[in-house]
Design a protein around this ligand. Sequence first.
Ligand SMILES: [Zn+2]
Length: 57
Amino acid sequence: MTEQKHPQKQPKVCPECGHVFQGNGWDGIDAHWRARHDDVMPYEEAWPLLKAETYGN
Ligand SMILES: [Zn+2]
């Protein structure tokens, strides 16, 4: 088991739908979230939680 020390190199996964962001970090999350999950939580509120990886915790 290899411990991950470079979280920015791990693909980010949308906690709402499991979409994997293949780009650089959360690249594209704003458009993705606004298009698909803005009714669940406004992007402005969700982004700090996503960034801190505390969304849904
Ligand atoms: Zn999603």
